[in-house]
Design a protein around this ligand. Structure first.
Ligand code: ATP
Ligand code: GLN
Length: 146
């Protein structure tokens, strides 16, 4: 089974401190993706049930069995993950690793610059708001200091 990584692109435009990774994925792959992200220290994820069509067109999800879309839209899950710039590539590669089957309909990932992050509970902004206790940056910094 070949390991597929996103082709490298360190230059995101427009340049921002934070990016939202928006991934449209097969619903039945989402538990694998979220577990993979959790294991790497990603704690903040938002998911929604969505419907759409791309190259997969009107063909229904083979794996989903019962699903029948009269209107040609296929059920997908949208995962939204906001991370600091230095975590973008690792998250994208993990999503590909856990979501990919190699068949048409695996989905697509959009990268969106985010101007700021504000934590409602504390009013913190920026890095203070985006970082989570026990999150990826915590894991990485404790690995360095230990
Ligand atoms: P607190 O420390 O006050 O609990 P928090 O920053 O950990 O705040 P939550 O209040 O737990 O954030 O998050 C609320 C919701 O916001 C989550 O259920 C999730 O849907 C979404 N969310 C939080 N952080 C992110 C993120 N980095 N990316 C995407 N969604 C996020
Ligand atoms: N970048 C954050 C951290 O390292 C995690 C962000 C997220 O979980 N979406 O704590």
């Amino acid at each position: 089974f070949p390991v597929i990584r996103a082709q490298s692109s360190q230059e995101y435009t427009p340049e921002a401190k934070f990016y939202k990774i928006e991934a449209i994925l097969r619903p039945w792959r989402v538990p694998h993706v979220s577990l993979g992200l959790l294991k790497m220290g990603i704690r903040g994820v938002t998911v929604s049930d969505v419907r759409g069509f791309g190259a997969q067109g009107g063909s229904t999800e083979r794996q989903a069995g019962s699903e029948f879309s009269e209107d040609k839209f296929v059920a997908k899950v949208k995962m939204e993950i906001v991370v600091s710039r230095d975590q973008v590539d690792a998250v994208i590669d993990k999503i590909i690793e856990e979501a990919r089957t190699g068949e048409i309909g695996d989905g697509k990932i959009f990268l969106i610059p985010v101007s700021d992050v504000i934590r409602v509970r504390t009013g913190e902004r920026g890095e203070m708001a985006e970082r989570m206790t026990g999150g990826l940056s915590d894991i990485l910094s404790s690995a360095v200091s230990n």
